[in-house]
Design a protein around this ligand. Structure first.
Ligand code: FES
Ligand code: FE2
Length: 439
C-alpha cells in the first residue's frame, strides 16, 4: 500500500530504536523539516565558519541554516560578534555571503546604521517616527564562540557553553594540535538529498563494501570500533590491515596497495620507514615487520623531520582513520597532521536537498604557511567531482533519497549494534531534541 508523502503526525515519525525502524518521512516531509528548524537548529551549537573567513575588523560572514540567517562580524577590537541577519526597521536581510564593511554596517533599504557591536548609530529622517529607545533597535545578538579555528554560533538565547556542548571531543582531539592546522581548500556542493541522508551515509563503515570497495584493501571494516561521546560519536578504522572481504587480504596485498604511486599519506608514511624497500620493483618489508609497524615508524619519523609534536598521539591515532561526528551535522575524518571536515546543511527551499561543505586541513610547514595562497571558498555545481571517495558517496546517496519515494518502502531499517550503531544513535539524539525526550 502506498504511504502518504506528507504527514503532520509527528509521533509516527519517531525513530524506533527497539526495532531499528526509521520512518522514511523524516527525510521527505516539509513539516518534519520545520520541526527540525524549530527544535534542533535553534538549540545546537553550529559550526559556521573558520576564523580566517573573518580576516580583519569589519569582515563579515553570513551563516545560513534552515530558515535562519546569522551575520558574524569582526569588530574593531578584533572580537567576533554574531547577530540575527535582519534589519529591525522593516526586516531587510542585512548582508549575504562574505565581505567587509568599514566601521559601520548600514542597511541597504533605508540606511539605518549600526556600529560593529550592533549598536544603532543613525536613523535617517528620524523625526517622522514615534519616539523610540535606540537600545530596542540594536541588532539582536546570537551567541558565538571559537574552538581552535572553528567559529560556532547558537541561536538559543541561553545556550550551554560551547565546550560543554562539545564535551569529550575536545579532549579526544587535543593531541592533534588543530590550532596549528590550516584550512587549505574548501568547497560547497548542492546535493539532491535530505541532510540526514548524507549524515547517515557518512556515519557507518558498513557501506565500504558497496560504495568504496577499494578501501577494503587496506582498511578493516570488521574490526572497526565505535564510541559514543555524549551526543557525538567516533569510529576508529584500522589502516594497514585488509578487510577479510577484500580480494587478496594479505600483508603483501596491503603493502602493494599502499606502496602504489599516488597512494597519499599512507604511501608516504610507509616509504619513510627504514624497513621498507623495493626489491626488483616489489615492495618489501624487513622480515618480522608488519605494515602497521612500518606505518608507525614512518609516521614518527615524519613527525621528527617536520618538528611536529605527535607525542600525545597513540600509534593508532598516528596511522589509523579516526572518524568523529560532531552532532548534528559535521564529520571530521582525522589523521595525524591532516583532517577533512564534511558538513551537511539543510536547504530551506526543499527538504530533499542540502548543501554539502568540504574543508581540507593540513599541518603546514613554516615555509608552506608563508607561501600559501589565500583560500578562496569554491561553490561548485551539483555533480561536480571533488575526489574519488567523496564522489562515490555523492553518486550513491542521491539514489537513496530517490529510493525513499518508492511505495515499496515504508521504513529504513538500521542495525542498532555494530556497524550502524552511530546512525542509530544519531537518530536517538535527534529525537531527544525534536520530541524533548530528555532535554
Ligand atoms: S529595512 Fe533596513 S533600514 Fe529600513
Ligand atoms: Fe562513504
Amino acid at each position: 500500500m502506498a504511504t502518504p508523502t506528507v504527514t503532520h503526525d509527528f509521533e509516527s515519525l519517531r525513530f524506533q530504536p527497539e526495532t531499528g525502524r526509521v520512518p522514511k518521512q523524516r527525510y521527505l516531509d516539509g513539516e518534519f523539516a520545520k520541526l527540525e528548524n524549530e527544535r534542533l537548529w535553534r538549540k545546537v551549537w553550529q559550526w559556521a565558519c573558520l576564523d580566517d573567513d573573518l580576516p580583519g575588523a569589519g569582515s563579515f560572514y553570513e551563516h545560513q541554516v534552515g530558515d535562519q540567517s546569522v551575520l558574524i562580524i569582526r569588530g574593531d577590537d578584533d572580537v567576533l560578534r554574531a547577530f540575527h541577519n535582519v534589519c529591525p526597521h522593516r526586516g531587510n536581510r542585512l548582508r549575504g555571503g562574505t565581505g567587509s564593511v568599514k566601521d559601520e554596517l548600514a542597511c541597504n533599504y533605508h540606511r539605518w546604521t549600526w556600529d560593529l557591536e550592533g549598536k544603532l548609530v543613525r536613523v535617517p529622517d528620524r523625526e517622522g517616527f514615534p519616539a523610540f529607545d535606540d537600545a530596542c533597535f540594536a541588532l539582536r545578538k546570537v551567541s558565538v564562540d571559537i574552538w581552535n579555528h572553528f567559529v560556532f554560533v547558537n541561536l538559543d538565547p541561553e545556550p550551554e557553553p560551547l565546550l560543554d556542548y562539545l564535551g569529550p571531543l575536545t579532549q579526544k582531539l587535543a593531541p592533534y594540535h588543530w590550532d596549528l592546522h590550516t584550512c587549505t581548500a574548501s568547497v560547497t556542493l548542492p546535493m539532491a538529498a535530505n541532510w540526514k541522508t548524507m549524515v547517515d551515509g557518512f556515519l557507518d563503515v558498513y557501506h565500504l563494501q558497496g560504495v568504496h570497495p577499494q578501501l577494503l584493501r587496506y582498511t578493516d571494516d570488521e574490526t572497526t570500533t565505535y564510541e559514543a561521546l555524549g551526543r557525538h560519536s567516533a569510529m576508529y578504522m584500522p589502516m594497514g590491515i585488509p578487510s577479510p572481504k577484500a580480494p587478496n587480504p594479505t600483508e603483501q596485498g596491503v603493502l602493494n596497495e599502499l606502496a602504489k604511486p599516488g597512494s597519499g599519506i599512507m604511501g608516504k608514511m610507509i616509504r619513510q620507514s627504514p624497513h621498507f624497500q623495493e626489491v626488483d620493483g616489489k615492495p618489501t618489508l624487513t622480515p618480522g615487520f608488519t605494515v602497521r609497524d612500518a606505518l608507525v615508524e614512518g609516521g614518527r619519523r615524519t613527525a621528527e623531520e617536520l618538528a611536529r609534536d605527535y607525542a600525545g598521539l597513540t600509534d593508532e591515532q598516528l596511522i589509523d582513520d579516526h572518524h568523529y561526528f560532531f552532532f548534528p551535522n559535521t564529520i571530521m575524518n582525522v589523521f595525524a597532521g591532516h583532517f577533512i571536515a564534511a558538513r551537511m546543511r539543510p536547504d530551506v527551499a526543499d527538504p530533499e536537498r542540502c548543501f554539502f561543505d568540504l574543508f581540507i586541513f593540513n599541518w603546514l610547514t613554516e615555509e608552506e604557511e608563508a607561501s600559501k595562497e589565500k583560500r578562496e571558498h569554491e561553490f561548485l555545481e551539483e555533480g561536480a567531482k571533488v575526489g574519488r571517495v567523496p564522489d562515490q558517496d555523492f553518486t550513491a546517496l542521491p539514489k537513496v533519497q530517490l529510493g525513499l519515494h518508492s511505495d515499496g518502502l515504508e521504513n529504513l531499517f538500521l542495525a542498532t549494534q555494530g556497524q550502524e550503531v552511530r546512525v542509530s544513535d544519531f537518530h536517538v539524539i535527534l529525537d531527544e531534541y525534536l520530541y524533548g525526550d530528555s532535554q
